[in-house]
Design a protein around this ligand. Structure first.
Ligand SMILES: Cc1ncc(C[n+]2csc(CCOP(=O)(O)OP(=O)(O)O)c2C)c(N)n1
Ligand SMILES: [Mg+2]
Length: 565
């Protein structure tokens, strides 16, 4: 059959026929041709085994995770890095229920993904109650499409599902497939006579008059500020965003997910944009906000604080807005940005002024603790300086992933990024238990580049079993635990309400020993000096290392106020 495949420019196109015998083959082969290189998850005894086998014969390894949620998060991360549709599997019932939070992450963090969960046959449905619930209804609010794949429909359904995952806003699809249907041999005549998988629809180009008005609006602005979001991470778009910033010579703020699109070392980089307080000094001195590929899901839950005009360039019109743009170009980011680049002329911003804004934000977010243990800023900056001194052959710093929690403020502010995807984060869902699975997926994707998982103790406890996955896969993952014996982000909210500490603290676990028990290298760090030597040792290792860092959480409340107001 003609399936979707990825051309050199990354665009989907038709490819040469591939041998496909069963429904499972068809599904796996179609995904492989989007660029999918691995399958992640924890199998059940039915469909999962067929998917694993269809993948194996195609050279796609199955990564056995210790929890289905982690498997889906890894598949979502792989999709982000490969530009493919990620593939995760689970069994029915409890396996799919365990996978749900991973699917929620893929949904709100816009990762294209197929979750293949075991299903029930029609015959089983007439008598079954064991492990049965309406799986489709559970995932319905989170997925872009669902299909109960069957031999008769697989040929048309598969490309529909892939297209649904890839069309903006990208996201997960849910495929229910029972074992008998997965193994069913597809009528090869049916495959060949089926309509070929259509290419994705070309992104829209806005009305020429509207584009002209947008160009004019940009030309008349003296102090535009760029606010860059997750849709701008793809290579061709990120390159254009950098050109636009260069052409305008203006301040650029990035969301957490877009860190690196404008590198921290760029003269135009002014800091992070969350919708909170930290960036307000920069934005307040602008006369036009240019939102580029920013998805409203990236902003924190606070009303839009600005009264400035807004020009928006995005893949699609989002149904919920923090701000209604005065002028919006929806559709092809590449073509719309090309037009804006042509129209752009140097703004009134100076490099020193932007450097000053950058410094103001760093100073505001600086960590002021009570001393003693390592502070989170020190932890991030020391790790960065050791990594900078021991770069790998390609000169790249490790990729970092960051979990949800108070440690995130320092990790996102003080780690330096130079390209899109240098920092991985669950921001739309902002789930705990993400950083370690994401770092494993990064390391599998790029084995020579170490990945650092910055995680809180609470977040790590949610996915602890994946330390064993990292050991088994011999991943160069360095897990750095900000171990404060607390759910600090919740702890500080409890403190700010003058409530007594209750339900937010626990004894600090000994993660180094846990890591050793899993078969990896476990180290501890209680001072800047021991931290530096631990990071050096971790970078020299060819497998996973965990550094359990005892951190002082006393500076978090002030940091949270500075960030969000
Ligand atoms: C799965 C999940 N459960 C709960 C939350 C709410 N939450 C956000 S941060 C946080 C505390 C995280 O604690 P820890 O991982 O130790 O990080 P710390 O804040 O201490 O740095 C909680 C409970 C969440 N984001 N995700
Ligand atoms: Mg903690």
């Amino acid at each position: 059959m003609n399936a979707l495949s990825k051309g050199e420019d990354g665009a989907l196109q038709h490819s040469a026929p591939s041998p496909i015998r069963t429904v499972s083959d068809l599904l796996v082969e179609s995904l492989r041709q989007t660029g999918t290189r691995r399958v992640f998850g924890l199998p059940g005894g039915g469909t999962s085994l067929d998917i694993i086998e269809s993948a194996r014969v195609r050279g796609m390894p199955f990564i056995l995770t210790r929890h289905e949620c982690s498997g889906v998060m890894m598949a979502a991360t792989a999709a982000d890095l490969e530009g493919s549709v990620g593939l995760a599997l689970s069994t029915k019932g409890p396996g799919m229920a365990n996978a749900v939070n991973g699917v929620a992450h893929a949904s709100l963090d816009r990762s294209p993904l197929a979750l293949v969960a075991d299903g029930f046959s029609d015959k089983q449905l007439s008598y079954v109650t064991h492990q049965w619930y309406d799986q489709r209804a559970v995932l319905a609010p989170l997925v872009k499409a669902h299909s109960t794949l069957a031999p008769a429909t697989a040929v048309t359904e598969t490309p529909r599902l892939i297209a649904a995952a890839l069309e903006p806003r990208q996201g997960p699809v849910h495929i229910e497939l029972n074992g008998a249907d997965a193994r069913a041999v597809i009528d090869s005549a049916g495959v060949h006579s089926s309509p070929a998988a259509g290419p994705l629809p070309q992104p829209r180009i806005a009305d020429p008059a509207l584009i002209d008005r947008a160009c004019e609006r940009l030309r008349t602005a003296r102090r535009p500020v760029l606010v860059i979001g997750l849709e701008a991470r793809s290579g061709p778009v990120a390159a254009r965003v950098r050109r636009l910033a260069e052409q305008l010579g203006c301040a650029a703020l990035v969301t957490y997910k877009a860190k690196g699109v404008i590198g921290d070392d760029s003269p135009w980089y002014a800091g992070i944009f969350t919708g909170g307080a930290a960036e307000q000094a920069t934005v307040a001195s602008a006369d036009l906000i240019v939102l580029i590929g920013a998805d409203p899901v990236e902003f924190i839950l606070q009303p839009w604080p600005y009264r400035l005009p807004v020009l928006e360039v995005g893949l699609t019109r989002h149904p919920v807005h923090y701000v209604e743009a005065d002028l919006a170009l929806h559709g092809s980011l590449e073509q719309h940005l090309d037009r804006l680049i042509d129209a752009a002329r140097p703004s009134d911003w100076s490099e020193s002024e932007i450097a000053n804004q950058r410094q103001i934000m760093r100073d505001a977010l600086a960590y002021r603790g009570s001393g003693g243990l390592i502070d989170p800023q020190q932890l991030v900056e020391s790790t960065l300086s050791v990594c900078a001194a021991h770069r790998n052959g390609s000169g790249l710093l490790p990729r970092v992933s960051v979990d949800a929690g108070a440690h995130m403020f320092s990790a996102t502010t003080f780690w330096a990024c130079h390209a899109a995807h240098d920092l991985l984060i669950s921001n739309g869902l902002a789930t705990m238990g993400y950083a370690l699975p994401a770092a494993i997926a990064s390391s599998l994707h790029e084995p020579d580049r170490p990945a650092i998982a910055f995680t809180g103790d609470g977040g790590l406890l949610m996915c602890l079993g994946e330390l064993a996955t990292a050991v088994e896969q011999r991943c160069r993952v360095i897990t750095i635990v900000f171990n404060d014996g607390a759910l600090s982000l919740i702890d500080i909210k409890q403190q700010s309400r003058q409530l007594p500490p209750e339900g937010v603290r626990w004894a600090r676990p000994d993660f180094a020993r846990i890591m050793t028990g899993m078969g990896g290298i476990g180290l501890t760090a209680a001072s800047p000096a021991t931290l530096r030597s631990a990071v050096e040792r971790a970078l020299a290792a060819d497998g996973p290392v965990l550094i359990d860092a005892a951190v002082d959480p006393s500076g978090y409340p002030a940091q949270l106020r500075a960030l969000r107001g």
